[in-house]
Design a protein around this ligand. Structure first.
Ligand SMILES: C[S@@+](CC[C@H](N)C(=O)[O-])C[C@H]1O[C@@H](n2cnc3c(N)ncnc32)[C@H](O)[C@@H]1O
Length: 355
């Protein structure tokens, strides 16, 4: 996953943990970057996508967004190497159209979303994303808002079970939630290793199908803490508003919950206009015109060679579409395809998780 000690082609400082970009060639192909155009890399991470776009189209400019201030701080060297061509902006991609407009990047000719966490985040025990090693149970990409420890210490048992079941697809969600609530009456669960051991004990083993028993629990908490699915739904709609006709939206996801959301979004927005039929009653509310055209109907997966070199790429899926000249749809949000959790996490609402 991480390529330790690697440096950029130009020898720029990259830290010791370097994220290896996934589906890089396929992303570049789908984006088809051209000189003179404006692109938004809404998940900057280690800057692998931004760097590749800047190189593929030497006359293009890129706005790079990330909610993690440490990612942007370590990407400054790339901005310095590309004066006037790479702008860094801290924020959530759920509002990428607003962020882009604020720095004169609207409309854009392409938007790229590479969803999830970077290797730098995952491999640093202090960030609290991983069950290997030990660190504070944090998991906040932005370093702001409630932590995963806050969630496990304040959410009630039913809410915890819902989070684990819907966002982790964890079949033993109820048993794990019950064990968390029992344990926290004795002492707080503040460390990643404490939660990982507790889950392994509930499930009766350390590994399930070759993965750590706590994989699904950690995934669920991470998605909840960072409001990831709502962010994705908002980000897709924001990209629809930002893109110029002919502009491209390229999305790389890493698990089925995310991919399902992107698939439904594109299917809805690219669905052909239904023909009027004299056999059918007139539609009360006419559908908006399609705002996207598919670039690929089926998701693009990594090659065996890429997976062998970077096992993290295994579950990556790329979907892409071209913006039409139709107006962005109003009032339709991908949120209705999301698992029903009753509420968003406290990331935007501020601290506090009460019902
Ligand atoms: C998989 S990494 C991207 C890697 C990048 N494509 C590269 O080649 O280095 C995902 C990045 O997106 C950021 N991120 C995740 N959700 C975000 C959101 N809602 N808004 C802004 N950034 C987000 C994370 O902080 C992380 O740095």
């Amino acid at each position: 996953m991480a390529n330790r000690g690697a440096r950029s082609a130009e020898g720029g400082p990259r830290g010791t943990e370097r994220h290896v970009p996934v589906l890089l060639a396929q992303m570049l192909h789908a984006l088809a970057a051209r000189d003179g155009q404006s692109y938004v890399d809404a998940t900057f991470g280690a800057g692998g996508y931004s760097e590749a776009i800047l190189r593929a189209a030497p006359g293009a400019r890129v706005l790079a967004i990330d909610r993690d201030p440490t990612a942007l701080a370590s990407g400054r060297w790339l901005a310095e190497q590309n004066p006037g061509r790479l702008q860094l902006s801290e924020g959530r991609f759920g509002e990428l159209d607003r962020l882009a407009a604020a720095v004169d990047f609207a409309p854009a000719d392409g938007v790229v979303l590479d969803i999830g966490v970077s290797s730098m985040q995952l491999d640093d025990p202090e960030r609290g994303f991983a069950f290997q090693g030990d660190g504070p149970l944090d998991m906040r990409m932005s370093l702001r808002g409630p932590t995963a420890a806050d969630v496990v210490s304040t959410a009630d048992e039913a809410q915890l079970a819902d989070i684990l079941f819907h966002l982790g697809e964890e079949k033993s969600a109820r048993a794990i939630a019950r064990a968390i609530v029992t344990r926290r009456h004795q002492r707080p669960i503040a460390r990643t290793s404490e939660l990982a051991h507790l889950v392994a004990r509930v499930l009766g083993r350390e590994k399930i199908a070759g993965r750590h028993a706590a994989t699904r629990t950690f995934q669920a908490l991470r998605i909840y803490v960072n409001d990831e699915l709502f962010e994705l739904a908002d980000g897709l709609a924001a990209a629809e508003r930002l893109l110029a006709p002919g502009g491209r939206l390229v999305v790389v996801t890493f698990h089925s919950l995310e991919d399902r959301l992107v698939k439904h979004f594109f299917r809805e927005r690219a669905a052909p206009h239904p023909h009027a039929s004299r056999h059918l009653p007139p539609q009360v509310e006419p559908r908006p015109r399609p705002s996207f055209q598919f670039l690929n109907h089926r998701p693009v997966s990594p090659t065996d060679t890429e997976v062998a070199a970077n096992p993290r790429a295994r579950s990556a899926r790329l979907r892409a579409a071209v913006r039409t000249d139709a107006k962005a749809w109003e009032g339709a949000s991908g949120a209705r395809w999301l698992p029903r959790l009753g509420q968003r996490s406290g990331v935007r609402a501020g601290p506090g998780l009460g019902p």
